[in-house]
Ligand binder design. Structure first.
Ligand code: CU
Length: 330
């Protein structure tokens, strides 16, 4: 305990100065009692309410990590505040006392305690943090096109079909564009929609990309945050554990309407999810057939604008899709 640093080497009880030895004992006792209370409060009372919650496996793992870090930091914070408060209350300059305090240096016990204590805390947290960052399938973060940390999840066996509880990951492509998210479901005919719907308790692989600038797909209550880069497929995993709604935001300043890249996703039962995919596939059929074929990345400059305009009954000058090859368009 750093309190020993305050022990005056030649301190005397005269002139209203309290004996240092008692201070150290009191500080140590108070620190232990307050730390035990503080750690219990942080771990058991505050912990379950810390973000990002427990709506997915990845989110739950992140909440546990934050609770562990918060609990370990509590004795440190209490130690600093207690020492500071004690110094203010009892070690302040006495009225009429113009002398300096006794100089202290070279306290080997305090120095060794400090160096060993802080080294142990920092190094053990570095190991814990590193393991936790990668163990739960990359902790929900984007791992690039070839994810190393899969947490036992299999690669997608089929890109043309999916059924619940199969050995085949559900693929959801997240496409960022100024200024909206769209989602493509390759295993259900490749339809593209503005609704993000996921089945409960099923592992999901997000393939995140962008059509223009850098965005960041942030479904924070699912514990997922992955950059959406043009020309890059960025893979992130989640397994939703709570049915209901979750928020999606863009976490990368991507232009003037960045703030409007805000979505509400839905987690529903397997049967509801399958019914939704069936209905959406049918509803979007006319659009799906003019979309570019499903791919992990897209080059928006080669999207067949003419074909799309033709399918939609628009002329190229009629305000249809922007075609950079068309000199009539701005
Ligand atoms: Cu954005």
């Amino acid at each position: 305990m750093a309190a020993e640093a305050s022990v005056p080497s030649a301190g005397t009880p005269k002139d209203g100065v309290r004996p240092g030895r008692n201070d150290a004992r009191w500080l140590l006792l108070l620190w232990i009692v307050l730390s035990v209370i503080g750690c219990l409060l942080v771990a058991l009372v505050w912990g379950p309410h810390l973000p990002p919650g427990r709506a997915s496996e990845q989110a739950a793992s992140q909440q546990t990590d934050i609770t562990v870090l918060g609990t370990l930091a509590t004795p440190v914070v209490i130690g600093v505040l207690l020492y500071f408060g004690w110094a203010l209350a009892f070690w302040r300059q006495q009225p009429g006392d113009e002398t300096d305090a006794a100089p202290i240096h070279g306290n080997t016990k305090v120095q060794a305690t400090w160096i060993i204590g802080t080294s142990a805390i920092v190094l053990s947290l570095a190991v814990y943090g590193t393991i936790e960052l990668i163990a739960p399938a990359g902790a929900g973060s984007g791992q690039g096109p070839q994810p190393v940390f899969r947490n036992g999840l299999p690669p997608a066996a089929s890109l043309t079909s999916w059924s619940p509880n199969s050995n085949n990951l559900l693929q959801v492509q997240v496409i960022g564009q100024q200024w909206a998210w769209t989602y493509r479901y390759p295993q259900f005919g490749g339809f593209e929609t503005t609704q993000l719907v996921l089945p409960l308790d099923q592992p999901v692989q997000f393939n995140v990309t962008s059509l223009d600038v850098i965005h960041s797909f942030w479904a924070y209550t699912l514990g997922v945050k992955a950059d959406a880069n043009p020309g890059v497929n960025n893979v992130a995993y989640t397994t939703p554990k709570t049915a209901g709604y979750f928020q999606v935001r863009c976490a990368e300043l991507c232009g003037i309407w960045h703030g409007s890249m805000y979505d509400t996703g839905t987690v529903m039962s397997d049967s509801d999810f399958l019914a939704w995919t069936k209905a959406t596939k049918a509803k979007m059929a006319s659009v799906t057939k003019i979309l570019p074929p499903y791919a992990l990345t897209y080059d928006p400059t080669v999207i067949p604008a003419g074909k799309i305009n033709q399918e939609l009954g628009l002329t190229s000058a009629g305000g249809g899709f922007y075609n950079p090859a068309d000199p009539e368009q701005p």
